[in-house]
Ligand binder design. Structure first.
Ligand code: NAD
Length: 381
């Protein structure tokens, strides 16, 4: 396991608790010194779990796991034919095309966790979902923390305190988790998503689905399609009264591989009441809210606007545990048993990705000196 070196990354790709799952698959687990520190795991924790700690961990590795892609200088230490498993953005504003070209030229087999197909068989490897779960929860807690009022209704001898009104835009994995969490805290929650299927999911969480007189936007694979500027303007107009009435607005909308859509203008935020709060999970990828800044709280009109920046890293313990489980499940798919252990056999395993497997083929970015992910190959030409 590589030590994370990117600014602000506290998650780790393997937790001591799951080291045994890799050793059971036949791997000798070696971690770089201090690699678990961000998620509060010491080197001794890894050693106690059966791993070894070695500054040269990457040099002879067959398989390197990390959360963020390796820095180029770390990738250059790998042997030809090494396999890497990490997030590796290939589209949108954070695409790492230079690194992909390096990995290709170094003969590294790279698998990108965000490219694991969202099919039922791959659900246990779906790191986008596991990390969205963490960020959706975190957004709800941040909104509750910034609000200087109760979320639930309170009926007391001293009078009744009304519950807070929360609006959530985007009801994918993160949005639904933000809805569930603010509901649990007692807020009155309304939510909107462009996908038709989302309305039922919103209601199943006990929230009210905001229904706008607009066409829905289903794209391939159950994701949202990009909207025209005309539709975006009309959506903003129709959402304005809901946002003006909210105590807290949480935005989680994304379109895969693209900059996040601007759903809320600064003028819309300016209509919110004193003390209101906006949490923009998408600030990192361009922002759903005009004027939000990743990693900062800015004031727009009467509202405090919190911009998310690597939000899952704000809860490194559970985010790492879930990510590590996704990694273990993917590594198991990449590993072939060479012997069943019967008749005195060694029960051996080997790292042998099957590139005809839909999951491996979908997640593979580079292999054997070639960029196998078609859109990325075209972008590099
Ligand atoms: P995402 O992070 O790409 O986007 C978040 C949400 O923003 C989506 O629900 C999207 O519809 C919404 N959105 C986009 N543009 C919008 C706009 N202009 N206004 C309002 N909302 C907008 O999505 P996600 O959370 O990764 O999941 C998207 C879909 O994929 C969901 O239907 C989810 O159930 C499905 N999914 C399937 C699997 C699986 O089958 N294995 C796993 C995870 C998610």
């Amino acid at each position: 396991m590589a030590r994370e070196t990117r600014d602000g990354e506290t998650r780790v790709a393997m937790v001591p608790e799951l080291v045994g799952r890799l050793t059971a698959l036949g791997y000798e687990v070696v971690v770089e010194p201090d690699a678990g520190r961000g998620a509060l795991h010491t080197d001794d924790d890894y050693v106690a779990a059966g791993a070894t700690v070695d500054p040269a961990a990457l040099d002879d590795a067959d398989l390197v796991v990390s959360v963020q892609p390796l820095a180029t200088h770390a990738a250059r230490r790998l042997r030809r034919g090494t396999t890497t498993v990490s997030f590796l953005p290939v589209g949108g504003p954070s695409a790492e095309l230079g690194l992909v070209a390096d990995l290709r030229d170094l003969g590294v087999t790279s698998l990108a966790m965000e490219l694991v197909p969202r099919i039922s068989r791959a659900q246990s490897m779906d790191a986008l979902s596991s990390q969205s779960l963490v960020s959706g929860y975190r957004c709800a807690i941040v909104a509750a923390g910034l609000l200087r009022r109760f979320l639930p209704l309170n009926m007391t001898a001293a009078g009744t305190v009304q519950p807070a009104d929360v609006v959530v835009l985007g009801a994918g994995v993160a949005g639904l988790q933000a809805i569930a969490t603010t509901k649990r805290l007692g807020a009155v929650v309304r939510a909107y998503d462009v996908r038709a299927a989302a309305a039922e999911e919103i209601r199943s969480m006990g929230a009210k689905a905001i229904e706008l007189d607009l066409e829905t936007l289903e794209g391939a694979g159950g994701y949202a399609r990009e909207m025209t500027e005309e539709r975006a303007a009309r959506q903003r107009e129709l959402l304005t009264p809901y946002i003006a009435a909210a105590d807290a607005l949480i935005t989680t909308a994304a379109v895969p591989g693209r900059q996040a859509p601007v759903l809320v203008t600064a003028a819309m935020v300016e209509q919110m009441r004193p003390g209101s709060v906006v949490v923009d999970l998408a600030a990192d990828s361009g922002g759903n809210v005009e004027g939000s800044v990743p990693g900062e709280v800015v004031r727009i009109g009467n509202a405090q606007v919190w911009g998310g920046r690597n939000v899952p890293a704000q809860m490194p313990g559970p985010a790492s545990r879930l990510y590590a489980q996704n990694v273990v499940n993917l590594v198991a798919l990449l590993t072939r048993a060479t012997d069943d252990g019967r008749d005195g056999g060694d029960g051996g395993h080997t790292l042998d990705p099957d590139f005809d497997d839909e999951i491996v083929a979908g997640a593979c970015v580079t292999h054997d000196g070639v960029v196998r992910h078609e859109p990325t190959r075209l972008a590099l030409e």
